[in-house]
Design a protein around this ligand. Structure first.
Ligand code: COA
Length: 467
């Protein structure tokens, strides 16, 4: 009897595809005929060569740039071993093997463009080993539900496509924790997204502190973005725009359609500089670097609670406005791959320290080129701290479909008058806001900016409004 068929031994015998049954060891032709072992043994001992295709990695991504190979021809790989790093215009993704076997061919050079659905590598699969992926699992009608359930539990197997597995992996979700709603408990993309939404959704209660796992302090070995060296090539060179640069072209071209309204102000951060000094050691004691950014981000979220129109999006035809429940505050980040804008999810539910934890995590990922789609999508409002590099004012460009963005200048020590008309040393930072003038008027932007500034100039006042 054939209980369960596994397709890991799909092989071409002439033009005939065969399937090995793991339980009884017989082979089945695609047409359903059963063949006994000895007929096919010589064919399968070396294992069939399977073209391992670049499957759909979501977000409508159709092509990627191959950034790095982790394998070479002749290497042995196991399921889930890293094969290569590819970069789309949205994120960098590690492609893992779906098979146990030997790499026979790499289809692309580094920096070449690979299309979704085309082979990345050929893998000579090992005969007799199981490949636990949805499209490779074939069941005969003879198998009862009980038998099925038993096998799943015994093997702790979860059924999901590679794209779904990858989505789970990118978001650090264990498939075993996700309830599959597909046929026979198969985990679908929606199940992962629902699981993720439950973890990050605005309706969730605030995450208790003890559940936050602060990452280890950034180790000195983490490569930081390097200062570029002078380049003298002696001749012009032209190369295609790829990956994140391509995304920037697309996003910024779309942003140009938005009539930007600009508003700038000065913020006296003297008290915040003092407060951070006091909290920095405490935070570092918990393994987390505390910069000013978490305060800027939290103050923005507290302000957005009063001005939800700034945490909104408009559709392309500018017919509808959606007020976003979550404050997913993006921050422009200078990473090893260039400018990226990951966002801290649900800032309205996070403490300043929890935001710092997130920021530390993202900076480490950014420095090593590992920021994934989950971190890079879903932003609702953006801050760009260009001042950490230098500069006073900027003209930030809105990231559609968001409607507002703020750029922060360098904190400078400058003379200012205090309330008694005395000249004092002040820590001053300039902020430059841009808002979508089709739906946001200057007064709204100015009032929000005042509130944001007040929180930062009197950081203790933030405590009053923290949930
Ligand atoms: N003025 C003065 N000092 C600043 C500052 C500012 N505006 N912003 C940060 N700093 C200080 C920090 O406090 C920290 O000092 P410390 O060592 O005493 O703690 C130091 O500069 C380094 O901070 P950084 O590691 O950059 O952390 P951050 O949380 O302040 O900023 C990023 C994080 C991701 C925003 C930042 O690293 C970055 O990438 N900035 C560039 C953004 C960009 O490219 N914008 C342009 C988009 S077009």
């Amino acid at each position: 009897p054939l209980f369960k068929m596994h397709a890991h031994n799909y092989s071409t015998c002439g033009k005939i595809r065969v399937v090995l049954c793991k339980l009884c060891g017989s082979y089945r032709l695609k047409n359903g005929c059963v063949i006994f072992n000895d007929h096919l043994l010589s064919l399968v001992t070396s294992g069939p060569i399977v073209p391992f295709k670049l499957s759909d990695i979501g977000e409508g991504i159709m092509e990627v740039t191959v950034k790095e190979w982790y394998v070479k021809e002749g290497d042995k790989v196991s399921q889930f071993d890293s094969i290569c790093e590819v970069q789309s215009d949205k994120a960098s993704v590690t492609i893992t093997s779906r098979y146990d076997g030997v790499i026979k061919k790499l289809y692309y050079e580094v920096d070449a463009t690979a299309l979704v659905g085309t082979p990345l590598v050929d893998i000579e699969t090992e005969p007799g080993l199981e490949v636990a992926h949805e499209e490779d699992v074939v069941e005969t009608p003879a198998m009862s539900n009980d038998e099925h359930t038993h096998q799943e539990i015994k093997g702790h197997k979860t059924q999901a496509t590679p794209a779904v597995r990858r989505l789970a992996m990118e978001n650090n979700i264990k498939l075993s924790e996700v309830v599959g709603t597909g046929r026979d408990g198969r985990i679908l993309k929606e199940d992962i997204l629902n699981f993720l939404a439950k973890q990050t959704g605005a309706i969730l209660p605030p995450t208790p502190f003890h559940e936050i796992q602060p990452p280890p302090p950034p180790s000195p070995s983490v490569p930081l973005p390097v200062i570029s060296r002078p380049v003298f090539t002696g001749k012009d060179s032209t190369e295609p725009l790829k990956g994140f640069h391509k995304a920037m072209v697309k996003t910024m071209t779309a942003a140009l359609k938005i009539p930007h309204f600009g508003y700038k102000d000065e913020v006296d951060l003297t008290r915040l500089v003092q407060l951070r000094k006091e909290l920095k050691g405490l935070s570092e004691g918990r393994g987390v670097k505390l910069s000013y950014m978490p305060f800027f981000i939290k103050a923005a979220s507290l302000g957005l609670l009063h001005f939800p129109i700034l945490n909104a999006s408009v559709d392309e035809a500018v017919q509808n406005i959606t007020y976003k429940a979550s404050h997913n505050i993006g921050l422009a980040m200078d990473t090893s791959q260039g400018l990226l804008v990951p966002n801290v999810k649900n800032v309205q539910l996070l403490s300043v320290f929890e935001i710092a934890v997130e920021l530390n995590r993202m900076q480490i990922l950014g420095a090593t080129g590992q920021l994934g789609t989950a971190d890079l999508t879903g932003g609702t409002f953006t801050l760009s701290n260009i001042g950490s590099i230098g500069g006073t004012y900027a003209k930030p460009v809105i990231l559609p479909p968001e409607v507002a963005i703020g750029a922060l200048g360098k904190i400078q020590v400058l003379p200012r008058f205090n309330s008694r008309d005395e000249v004092v040393k002040a820590h001053v930072m300039n902020v430059s806001w841009s808002a979508d003038h089709r739906i946001i008027d200057g007064a709204t932007m100015a009032r929000f900016s005042n509130l944001w500034r007040d929180y930062l100039e009197n950081p203790a006042s933030m405590v009053l409004d923290l949930k």
